[in-house]
Design a protein around this ligand. Structure first.
Ligand code: 1BN
Ligand code: ZN
Length: 340
């Protein structure tokens, strides 16, 4: 599949609004995020067409470079696993700071300590690159840059203690953000854009010791420089892409979901952005939502047959494509350059 395979396809689920009513117990208990157990009834309504037939990008938008993003995936994987406390993690941080320092007018590194429930002492760093920093109306796009220390979903239990390469889970979202920084250094966006690279998303093994950088950002978020909303990119490089709407995003950030999926539709990517609502995934958007910042999660959680590549040694460069990275980058570009 190449980037051009994604251009203005019109197949998909038709021009119909999708409705669904759910009454469920959502359990996010036990991870200290405070959502608790909540019973509720909700009506999901995501317009699948809404007049957004494929019309191409907003005039004057820059072109996102999927091949550049793919090269950034390869570079990250070549560092080795980016597990906090390892040489690969340190090398990647230096490289990101050097890269972003050349592209963005403002780069902020926030280094903090964290002790896990098992007693591991971690030094973690969130990095933010700010474009059009003088603008008060700002959009946040984030991705995690660390990788999982354990392939604990691998088919073979002998692999469970081996770190993953994280070509998709870690490198893909980071690569899109880094290529986005290159693009934005040449093309002034119509609103401020904060690219946030969060650390410690995947440390684990349980969710108590995950989402660490996002929790840190949420704790330190001030009203002075609060973005209007956030968009999380996680596992956005699968060579066989599908991005159904993630369940928590549909509940807590439906307006953002509509903006993103309509942007995809305008670019002709409806076949890869079904408006059906999929699973609830506790991810980096949850602490942000809890801090009052509506944030949608753009995630492809069908990675390999029966998700077999997720948190396994199969999360390799061969399973990531420039076409998918280019499509996701183009959707984010359209979101930004259509005004946020
Ligand atoms: C996403 C990628 N996540 C971890 N690596 C968050 C997540 C946690 C997604 C549990 C699904 C289940
Ligand atoms: Zn993961």
């Amino acid at each position: 599949m190449t980037a051009s395979d994604f251009k203005f396809t019109t197949s998909g689920d038709g021009c119909m609004p999708l409705r669904g009513t759910r009454r469920e117990w959502f359990s996010h208990g036990g991870h200290g995020l405070g959502l608790g157990r909540t019973a509720f009834t909700c009506t999901l309504f995501i317009t699948a067409c809404g007049g957004d037939a494929p019309v191409g990008p907003t005039p004057g938008s820059p072109t996102f470079d999927g091949n550049a993003a793919m090269e950034h995936v390869r570079t990250q994987v070549a560092f080795g696993p980016r597990v906090p406390g390892t040489p690969g993690h340190a090398a990647q941080l230096d490289w990101m700071l050097e890269h972003l320092g050349r592209q963005a007018p403002v780069v902020v590194a926030d280094t903090f300590d964290y002790v896990t429930t098992n007693g591991d002492s971690l030094v973690l760093t969130n990095v933010m690159a700010r474009f059009a920093p003088e603008q008060t109306r700002r959009l946040l796009v984030l991705a995690h840059w660390d990788t999982r220390p354990t392939a604990d979903e691998a088919a073979d239990s002998a692999d469970w203690n081996t770190p993953i390469a994280g070509a998709n889970d870690g490198a893909s979202g980071t690569a899109v953000l880094l290529a986005m920084a290159e693009m934005l250094s040449d093309a002034l966006p119509p609103l401020g854009v904060d690219l946030l690279f969060v650390d410690g998303e995947d440390y684990g093994p349980t969710v108590e010791d995950m989402l660490l950088g996002a929790k840190r950002y949420a704790e330190t978020l001030s009203d002075d420089d609060r973005p209007i909303y956030g968009l999380l990119l996680d596992m956005v490089g699968d060579a066989d892409p599908s991005f159904p709407v993630e369940g928590i995003s549909a509940q807590a950030a439906n307006v953002i979901v509509q903006k993103v999926w309509r942007s995809a539709e305008r670019l002709g990517y409806r076949a890869y952005f079904p408006t059906a609502v999929g699973r609830d995934l506790t991810d980096d958007h949850v602490p942000l939502i809890q801090a009052g910042l509506p944030t949608a999660n753009l995630i492809d959680f069908t990675y390999g047959p029966e998700n077999a590549y997720w948190h396994s040694l199969e999360d390799r460069v061969e399973h990531v494509s420039a076409g998918t990275l280019g499509m996701v980058g183009a959707v984010v570009t359209e979101l930004i350059f259509s005004g946020g």
